[in-house]
Design a protein around this ligand. Structure first.
Ligand code: WT7
Length: 630
């Protein structure tokens, strides 16, 4: 992206940044990758360990069920741990962790490998075999990493459910995944309070069958119910003679599932996105290494939660694959004071911070002084993900946090893509609010209703035209929905669900979702899930949820509720309904505001027209309402 003068406001990388970067010439790499995509990914795959190499890099014989690295044998956990334990990295820190209370833990690659092997033996002794599903419902503590890696080691498929979800969300995910084992904590610290994860899990398990064993990690220490024969303490299991540090590793086919992760779609229930050992490994490794320019001495902090794809790919797998040190923090960003994050960056000498615009906006509100109290000179690169970053937040992040010397990597991707898809590299000129261009070798475009490329500057649907290694392989147990949801609108093109524009320099600008998916504080929620949580309350006959702009959260949830006949409207009832959604779905899904209404705008076929509700709330013209029923 050099040579030609770029339009608009552009931030050019410093000599120092370019000097150090793995990729100094993005154009050259992109040309190579576009020229021979298979060779590009094959070369990257060669940097990792395989028990047996592939016959083919990409098998596209049954589209869109692409396969990568066919017949190759590997195991991502082996590449995350065993490979490093054989080198000088054995005693290097794999994980640095700080608890919300200020407690601290550090684990070398050796220690993380040992704990993973021990827990993998525990899982096997509980009857977990290759291909079995294990649900993990935890907060941000080291054991979540151990649990995920142990599943990978024995070939079990982990299904992590974000600790901020609640009873019904957990129940639904346990049931759909048909998990045998659940791993949970007694409680998680959040803003000085305890979220009673085990209690929530107990309630979910009353609704769901199938779980044979529950492993409970002790974190908060309050009394919890332990069901005899079903529930067992993690620390007790890890002390049993079976929990030895030698554990045979399952040699996985590159295409064997590594995990499923539930995410919200356009309609109905959350869908389980399936990722595999081989391609996902190559994709996360390569993208993290190049985009965040990971070197051996880097301490990388992805401030997301392991319960979302960002945490899977860039707290757990990516950093360990690159042999970096991953940092994890348990609690809230402003606890006990708004300098918590900055204090940790200073104390641990963090080099790279990767977070979401909502967090930046939240911390920005407290003013510069909280940041400026700390020496953040260890920072080299910053990152953003989850929603478009507004220029104001970008500039504050650049000026106050990055001291104008840290390039900001705005990474666009999804649960489904597994890895960064549109992202710069440190040597690339930046424009605030744009993730620049697709990762080398990835062909993305913006198209109109008919699937034709739109002109630069015009808005359209964001699509992906080439397969990529970390792509989702299917929706677990629902291949038809996979085809329908992502590949049916334009044959041969993957529909992202986002709208976007490209500028005259080929830079991509994301506008937002075009479906009924909401991004609230960077979290992805479906209007359907919020609505079904509302409707599960006795007082509610019908409900509609929409997102309205919010200064910090990006979007805030607004709900419209039709009460059942005879139910009285009251502000207490509004509060009760919010609480009910919190209890069923989780605090992140609580509506900001609820309005009682007598009717909802619907199409003649009975579909709620959320677009009309939104336009009305914003005082805008609802556009075409010809399909609106009376
Ligand atoms: C949706 C995917 C995996 C990243 C975390 C979210 C939005 C994501 C950006 C960005 C603008 C972004 C899109 C996308 N999104 N990153 N850098 N700029 N929008 O993963 O929960 O699956 O959500 O997040 O709308 O479709 P997710």
């Amino acid at each position: 992206m050099s040579g030609k003068k770029l339009s608009g406001e552009v931030f050019y990388p410093s000599e120092e940044v370019i000097e150090r970067a793995h990729i100094k010439d993005w154009e050259k790499l992109n040309a190579e990758a576009s020229d021979d995509n298979e060779k590009f990914w094959e070369d990257r795959a060669e940097e990792l360990h395989w028990f047996q190499k592939w016959d083919k890099v990409i098998d596209d014989s049954i589209k869109p069920f692409y396969k990568w690295f066919t017949n190759a044998k590997t195991n991502i956990a082996y590449n995350c741990l065993d490979v490093h334990v054989e080198t000088y990295r054995r005693n290097k820190l794999a994980l640095i962790w700080e608890g919300e209370k200020g407690d601290f833990q550090a684990m070398s690659y050796y220690a993380l490998h040992r704990e993973t092997c021990k827990f993998a033996n525990v899982l096997r002794s509980l009857g977990v075999e290759k291909g079995d599903r294990v649900t993990i419902y935890m907060g941000r503590i080291p054991e979540i990493m151990i649990a995920m890696l142990a599943c990978a080691r024995v070939g079990a498929i982990h299904s992590v459910v974000y600790g901020g979800f609640s009873v019904e969300a957990l129940h639904e995910r346990i049931e759909d995944s048909e998990s045998k084992v659940l791993i949970v904590q007694d409680g998680a610290y959040q803003r000085g309070k305890i979220v009673p994860l085990k209690e929530i899990a107990d309630e979910a398990l009353k609704r769901a069958g199938g779980i044979e064993h529950v492993v409970v990690v002790k974190r908060t220490g309050q009394d919890v119910n332990m069901e005899f024969g079903r529930d067992m303490w993690y620390h007790e299991l890890m002390n049993l003679p079976i929990a030895t540090k030698e554990c045979t590793l399952e040699k996985m086919d590159a295409e064997d599932p590594l995990f499923i992760l539930y995410t919200s779609g356009t309609t109905g229930k959350p869908k389980a996105i399936l990722h595999t050992h081989g391609g996902y490994m190559v994709g996360t490794y390569t993208t993290l290494k190049y985009v965040f320019d990971i070197h051996d001495d880097d301490r990388f902090w992805c401030a997301a939660d392991p319960g979302w794809i960002t945490g899977h790919s860039y707290i757990v797998y990516g950093p360990l694959l690159t042999g970096a040190t991953s940092f994890m923090y348990e609690g809230a960003p402003n606890y006990p004071y708004p300098n918590r994050w900055w204090s940790m960056i200073e104390r641990y000498g963090i080099n790279i911070l990767y977070t979401a615009p909502t967090a930046i906006r939240g911390l920005m509100r407290f003013g510069d002084a909280w940041v400026k109290r700390h020496d953040l000179s260890s920072l080299r690169i910053l990152g953003s993900v989850g929603e478009p970053i507004n220029p104001e937040a970008w500039k504050w992040y650049n000026r106050v946090v990055g001291n104008e010397k840290c390039p900001i990597m705005d990474t666009w991707w999804q649960t489904e893509t597994g890895m960064f898809m549109i992202a710069p590299m440190p040597s690339v000129p930046l424009k605030p609010g744009s993730g620049t261009k697709p990762f080398p070798g990835i062909d993305m475009d913006i198209v109109d209703e008919e699937g034709n490329s739109v002109k630069s500057g015009e808005e359209g649907f964001l699509v992906i035209k080439t397969p990529w290694p970390a792509m989702l392989r299917t929706i677990y147990k629902d291949p038809d929905r996979y085809v329908e949801q992502y590949w049916s609108k334009y044959p041969g093109m993957y529909m992202t669900g986002d709208s976007a524009k490209k500028d005259e320099d080929g830079y991509f600008w994301i506008i937002g979702r075009v479906d009924d998916v909401l991004k609230v504080s960077g979290y992805r929620l479906g209007t359907a899930e919020i609505e079904s949580a509302l409707v599960s309350h006795d007082a509610v006959a019908e409900a509609a949820a929409i997102g309205l702009p919010h200064d910090v959260k990006g979007n805030a949830i607004h709900a419209y509720v039709i009460l059942r006949a005879g139910v009285q409207q009251s502000s207490e009832l509004k509060e009760e309904l919010k609480k009910h959604v919190g209890h069923e779905m989780g605090p992140i899904a609580k509506p900001e505001n609820i309005d009682f209404v007598d009717s909802l705008p619907k199409t003649r076929s009975g579909k709620i027209m959320r677009r009309v509700l939104k336009a009305k709330a914003l005082g805008q013209d609802p556009g075409n309402i010809s399909t609106l029923d009376e």
